[in-house]
Ligand binder design. Structure first.
Ligand SMILES: Cc1cc2nc3c(=O)[nH]c(=O)nc-3n(C[C@H](O)[C@H](O)[C@H](O)COP(=O)(O)OP(=O)(O)OC[C@H]3O[C@@H](n4cnc5c(N)ncnc54)[C@H](O)[C@@H]3O)c2cc1C
Length: 253
């Protein structure tokens, strides 16, 4: 076991969006920080496709050396929509009346957001231990000894940004009981032979619901839940179909 000679103020476990934003904010404040990321490279698959107004506001506080704001760089990589779906709500949410400089959502894939963040982390010279894993830690009066495989890094603080199954949170005794899943869903980012002309909801008591959203470069996101999980009676499905919607609502042939 070796002990790293560099003693950063903070080690952040996990270089997902939360870890990278945390590191950039700390670095902006003059605090030395290092990231530890299990994956050798960024995940090309996307989970999130949307940044909401409050996130866009918060990210304006992070700037490039030339004065550009992180939010403006992200805006240039996506498209803004003043009204859009949220989860499985039957109506679109309207952001246009919000008292914010960003009264819209930014449609951008998480993979793109992470690429932009990683480039800025690199440009700032923040050290990233890629392909390495936080395997444990001990806290004492001076700070924390972070185990990264066989290496021990001594730091003032350890931030657990290591995702839903966080080792840091579990070892720190911070509970996160959550709730059991109540629906069976599916999601795919796919190329379609015959894509619909725009965002589309499809409701049917035999097939469940599916939403089709155009993403970027000809890729569509399809997601929905299985029929037994819609919780709707055939009559309720029919009523939803007849509700006027700015989105295309169609029935299977
Ligand atoms: C289908 C889907 C759609 C979503 N849509 C949206 C959306 O539209 N908008 C939105 O805001 N959110 C959305 N989310 C949620 C969003 O994806 C998550 O909130 C986000 O990824 C959380 O970021 P994070 O950095 O906390 O964790 P993660 O992205 O999970 O990153 C954690 C990182 O830590 C690393 N790691 C784990 N353990 C260790 C360890 N011991 N040592 C070192 N590294 C470790 C992992 O490899 C990973 O890179 C969606 C999620 C899903 C699943």
């Amino acid at each position: 076991m070796s002990t790293d000679a560099v003693h950063p103020d903070v080690v952040v476990a996990g270089a997902g969006p939360v870890g990278m934003v945390t590191a950039l904010l700390l670095d902006s404040a003059g605090i030395t920080v290092e990231l530890v990321e299990r994956l050798t490279e960024g995940d090309p698959h996307s989970r999130a496709t949307v940044l909401h107004p409050r996130t866009l506001e918060a990210l304006t506080t992070i700037r490039y050396d030339d004065g550009r704001r992180l939010t403006d760089v992200l805006l240039a990589h996506g498209r803004t929509l003043p009204r859009t779906h949220f989860a499985a709500l039957p109506q679109l949410l309207d952001y246009s009346g919000l008292d914010t400089p960003h009264p819209y959502i930014l449609q951008i894939t998480q993979a793109t957001t992470e690429r932009v963040l990683a480039a800025l982390v690199e440009a700032r010279g923040i050290r990233v231990h890629r392909g390495r894993e936080v395997t444990g830690f001990e806290q004492d009066a001076e700070g924390v000894r972070v185990h990264i495989g066989e290496t021990v890094v001594r730091a003032g603080h350890l931030v657990g940004a290591d995702g839903a199954w966080s080792l840091v949170r579990e070892r720190a005794g911070i509970s996160f009981p959550g709730v059991a899943g109540t629906v069976k869903g599916y999601l795919g980012d796919v190329e379609l032979d015959d894509p619909p002309p725009g965002p589309t909801h499809l409701w049917d008591h035999r097939t469940g619901w599916v939403t089709v959203l155009p993403l970027f470069d000809g890729i569509h996101r399809m997601f929905g839940v299985l029929p037994e999980d819609t919780g709707l009676t055939p009559e309720e499905v029919a009523a939803r179909r007849s509700t006027p919607s700015p989105w295309r609502i169609c029935a299977p042939s």
